[in-house]
Write a protein that binds this ligand. Structure first.
Ligand SMILES: [Zn+2]
Length: 203
């Protein structure tokens, strides 16, 4: 495993994010469910996962192929059903992101601690955890922003939802207790890129 994202082949996702999510999943749904999940993930994608190892075998500083993450999320969908996935990912993102922000990624949060900083640094922050994809957050007013994800060859409907949930959670963490994301365009629905609006209020 290397500390920087691989430059060739399929895109990659940082181990820290995958690990935080899977550790939450096991805590929430139990070791047996986790064992079933790992067993059902098709090879070669499950090779990196182990119930016996710390953090399910996922290395914080490793980069893992995006198709592995897609396989894990698709398997989660088979186990839980599509209808449950948005709520599951929302809860998982909140816990995983909070865990990351308590750890080494606290520095990252300082980069994105206000809407203006988030808007300025979203691409840099994104590339700490993903090897591809262009992120843009345009502030449209004091309580509205428009989010874009472009040129993301590793787009997948569930990781796209994770990106939007993470955005929402980041704003909640900044103190905007009411933060909602509405997705208007998504590559999964045949659009050229993913566009969402974010509304955020403190009250
Ligand atoms: Zn999308």
């Amino acid at each position: 495993m290397v500390a920087t994202a691989p430059q060739t082949g399929p895109g990659a996702i940082k181990g820290a994010l995958i690990r935080a999510f899977l550790v939450w999943y096991q805590g929430r749904h139990g070791r047996e469910r986790m064992a079933e999940l790992i067993q059902r993930v098709p090879m070669p994608h499950r090779a990196a996962l182990s119930l016996e190892r710390d953090g399910l075998g996922v290395l914080v500083n490793g980069w893992y192929p995006a198709p592995m993450v897609h396989a894990v999320l698709d398997t989660m969908e088979q186990l839980h059903g599509s209808a449950e996935m948005p709520a599951l990912l929302r809860e998982g993102c909140e816990h995983a992101t909070a865990a990351l922000l308590r750890g080494v990624y606290m520095l990252l949060f300082r980069m994105v601690g206000t809407p203006q900083m988030y808007s300025r640094n979203i691409q840099r922050a994104w590339l700490k955890l993903h090897s591809s994809g262009e992120r843009e957050l345009k502030l449209l007013g004091p309580d509205t922003a428009e989010s874009f994800i472009r040129n993301w060859p590793d787009h997948h409907r569930w990781t796209c939802l994770v990106a939007h949930e993470t955005l929402r959670f980041a704003f909640r963490t900044m103190g905007y207790k009411q933060a909602e994301v509405e997705v208007h365009e998504c590559v999964s629905r045949g659009h050229a890129h993913c566009r969402a609006t974010l509304s955020f209020r403190k009250g």
